[in-house]
Design a protein around this ligand. Structure first.
Ligand code: GDP
Length: 429
């Protein structure tokens, strides 16, 4: 089938109408409206020895030719800014502006050709670490400028580390690389060319890789949920996290499925591997995480955690004392962000308190109502018994009075005297 992009290369081609909906325009939320208007940067770095399918995967990921075709010659340089680095590693960067639903994303892909291709790869991690740190330095220098209106953010937000599909766990070079980089970048390990392993081999390979990562105390990026997340997000996060390290297949070729539809995939004598079929490989989960669900988190993690700790270390090394008040004075942008965060936290707490107070009040009121109801009831009961008693007394009196012909207790001992007569006789005395 024809290659995607029709042979167009470079950033221009990335602007062409895309076949599918990438999804990064879901990224904006209210907080980020301003940066959305201006557009935002997302920088992805790919690392892995040549031939593992890095450029193919990137092109598949963005459904357009971020990388120009290589003219069948792997050694020909790719377009974009090239910085010569020691140890035979070149760092090249290609940017593309992608507009989706009115949201502009400046996507930069940083490739590191030559990584791991040398005879001795002991220091292969070094030029990459230096590149990542120099981007932090550039950002720090801009932050400290008086006019901060035009900050260019070229910090690396995520690093896809391509693991060779050997099936034997991580190699020393992989471990060294991750150990040196994990405090500086969001590491996302991927198993390259996963179609060269059987599903069973993929599962075993994943387990080995995770065991190695654990054993060496390497921190990799993983979607995590907190108690503010809705159940759907929590289960999405779990589903994505369970696939790490992503076993991916990339392709710029179309294949024809049994039902006649054309999809991207790889054709084999025994059948077809579809790139976007979740049962065939983890490409969809990786794309989901990078472009739909976790782009914001990757950017935040870069800014708030990775960059911040680099900056602190750097300033400490320069002799600054770790004192947050100094830091705040030092950086108005951060101070504002800090204030916003504190304010949001305060509002949240207030809301929680108000809701608790409200609940408490309702509870008390209910209790009181119940109590007065009981009181009313018992008062009603007492009154009823009292009235009943009075009624019985009166009844008794009445029955006594109506039996006037019966012998009266007084009359029994003498003559009966009418009360009026008694009064009269008394007056006479
Ligand atoms: P890079 O040097 O890491 O950028 O690798 P390329 O993207 O140039 O790919 C090198 C070769 O591997 C090309 O012939 C690709 O067609 C092939 N390739 C890329 N991705 C895959 C994959 O997922 N599976 C298989 N089997 N081959 C792939």
């Amino acid at each position: 089938g024809p290659a995607i992009g029709g042979g167009n290369g470079g950033a221009g081609a990335a602007k062409k109408k895309m076949n599918g909906y990438v999804g990064f325009s879901n990224y904006p939320n209210q907080q980020h409206r301003r940066s959305i208007k201006r557009g935002f940067n997302f920088t992805l770095m790919v690392v892995g020895e040549s031939g593992l399918g890095k450029s193919t995967l990137i092109n598949t990921l963005f459904e357009s030719r971020v990388y120009p075709p290589k003219d069948g010659d792997d050694s020909s340089p790719r377009s974009g800014a090239q910085v010569a680095m020691p140890a035979g590693v070149d760092i090249t960067s290609v940017s593309a502006d992608i507009v989706e639903n009115g949201v502009k994303l400046r996507l930069s892909v940083v490739d590191t050709p030559g990584f791991g291709d040398a005879v001795n790869n002991d220091e292969a991690w070094r030029p990459i670490l230096e590149n990542i740190e120099s981007r932090f330095d550039a950002y720090l220098a801009q932050e400290n400028r008086v006019n901060r209106s035009k900050i260019v953010d070229n910090r690396v937000n995520v690093l896809l580390y391509f693991i060779k599909p050997t099936g034997h766990g991580l190699r020393a070079m992989d471990i060294e690389f991750m150990k040196h980089l994990h405090t500086r970048v969001n590491l996302v390990p991927v198993i390259a060319r996963a179609d060269t392993l059987t599903p069973r081999e993929v599962e075993q390979f994943k387990a080995k890789i995770l065991a190695d990562i654990n054993f060496h105390g390497i921190h990799i990026f993983k979607p995590v949920s907190d108690h503010f997340d809705d159940p759907e997000t929590i289960s999405d996060n779990k589903a994505i996290a369970s696939k790490i390290p992503f076993a991916v297949v990339g392709s710029e070729q179309y294949v024809v499925r049994p039902d006649g539809t054309r999809v991207r995939g790889r054709q084999y004598p025994w059948g077809v591997i579809e790139v976007e079929n979740e049962n065939h490989n983890d490409f969809v989960a990786l794309r989901q995480m990078l472009l739909r669900t976790h782009m914001e988190e990757l950017r935040d993690e870069t800014d708030v955690s990775l960059y911040e700790s680099y900056r602190t270390q750097k300033l400490l090394a320069l002799g600054h004392v770790q004192d947050n008040s100094v830091f705040r004075e030092f950086n108005p942008r951060r101070q504002q962000e800090e204030e916003e965060r504190l304010h949001a936290a305060k509002m949240h707490k207030l809301e929680a308190e108000m809701s608790a107070v409200f609940k408490q009040k309702v509870h008390e009121k209910e209790g009181k109502l119940k109590q007065s109801e009981e009181e009313l009831h018992s008062r009603h009961q007492t009154m009823k018994t009292t009235l009943e008693k009075q009624r019985r007394d009166l009844e008794e009196k009445k029955s006594r009075l109506t039996q006037s012909d019966a012998p009266h207790p007084v009359a029994a001992t003498g003559s009966y005297v009418e009360p009026a007569q008694r009064m009269a006789s008394k007056d006479k005395k």
